[in-house]
Design a protein around this ligand. Sequence first.
Ligand code: NAP
Length: 333
Amino acid sequence: MNPTRPVQFGIIGVGRIAANAFAPALAAATNAELSAAASRELARAQALKPPRAYGSYDELLDDDDVEVVYIGTHNGLHRSLAVAAFERGKHVLCEKPLACDAAECAEMVAAARQHSRHLAEAFMYRHHPSIAEARRLVLDGAIGELRTVEGTFSFRLEKLDDVRLNPAWGGGGLLDVGCYCVNACRYFFDGMPERVTGLGLFHPEHDVDMALHGVLEFPQRRFGVISCGFDGGRRNRIVLCGTHGTLTLPSGFGVSNRAVSIVLEAGEDRREITFEPQDVYRLQIEDFARAVRGSQPLLPPDDGWRNARVMDALLASARAGGTPQTLEPRDEI
Ligand SMILES: NC(=O)c1ccc[n+]([C@@H]2O[C@H](COP(=O)([O-])OP(=O)(O)OC[C@H]3O[C@@H](n4cnc5c(N)ncnc54)[C@H](OP(=O)(O)O)[C@@H]3O)[C@@H](O)[C@H]2O)c1
């Protein structure tokens, strides 16, 4: 492969996120381009105007020109499509959550390693400079010792035939939006919780979590507090509380293409740091494309597995009515 050629991406599944955020970001990327798109409906793939459009996912997987498969389908297909892509020698950038549970994620990571290919979970918010700046401020002691990370993400889901209500396809609010909150707790504490407790409201027919509230206990009595789901108004926010101050990220995980501020309050001081609008989907694509040409992606392949381990435990706790779940101190697949 020509190392100066833009990395060739194939999009599988032309749903909301693929069509409205990922494809435009790919068109704007400096080191990557759309090579092919596949949808169950050929016309949907054609609408992205790729050099080659397919009416089945297998045809794209068999396309030798595609170097990276971006998986934009519902969660229930992430594992099987990723494994199939690795077997054909492709790299995989997969929508969040990486898969339906930790066992599926482990299978994906193993396949990526077996075929020496990159795998990353598409947590676009992590590519925003405000997130790295917030972490830098925490590490510099701007709010003292970090004690609590709060992540909230919710909205009201009205459509009862939405893929996110299908339990067999990794439905539920925790996997859909709570995955961001769990990711933020792990990122800012730079580790894994030892124990988690979840309480939830489950849909009476679909049996997926419509609301989930959880406490993640990190070493040294530091806590992640998450609240997420489909059953309320819009909330999207991260708050980092330290022994001597608070850092608030009022845009939470919704940081793309808008001016973003973070607010540092310590003692009598209040400082607002503002960032120019950034397309984090483009930054994510460019990061992954650089990895394909030889660097390392921002998110390591097993990060999604770690996130899924925490979510599995939170769901087990919520299903057991709030019984705390201890996570095995296992950090390697
Ligand atoms: N990073 C982000 O900001 C972000 C935001 C929202 C969602 N997501 C993630 O992106 C993925 C897709 O979410 P979305 O909101 O784009 O969902 P969506 O609009 O419902 O799209 C899901 C796609 O899955 C494919 N699919 C394959 N088999 C299907 C079936 N039997 N029924 C329905 N769809 C089927 C379809 O693609 P074709 O019909 O084209 O084959 C469909 O368009 C999920 O993993 C979600 O968690 C990420």
